[in-house]
Design a protein. Sequence first.
Length: 119
Amino acid sequence: MPDTSLGPIETRFAELIWDRAPVSSGELVKLAEQELSWKKSTTYTILRRLCQKGLFQNEGGTVTALMTREDFYSRQSRQFVEETFDGSLPRFLVAFTSRNKLSEQEIAAIQQLIDENRG
């Protein structure tokens, strides 16, 4: 599995792409200049990096997503639990809830996930 970890700036740029994909690379240069104060060369450098990570592709001047935002964040979450809690979701939940008590709504949503994935 390729390394899809992103820094904060790369994440902001990826969010710009996901919000608008498919988007022309020219339009992306304009957006990055407006939103991130980037020069054209910076935009293409970061775009190339995100394409190498398998998140996007730039073909014929059109940037499209190869991985959805949801798939990306799911992979990041799974990787975090694997690396930090030896893959144990219960250990993660214990750590997460030790300082932040879950609301009744959150408990119901988690219970629904458990029920849907049981079996």
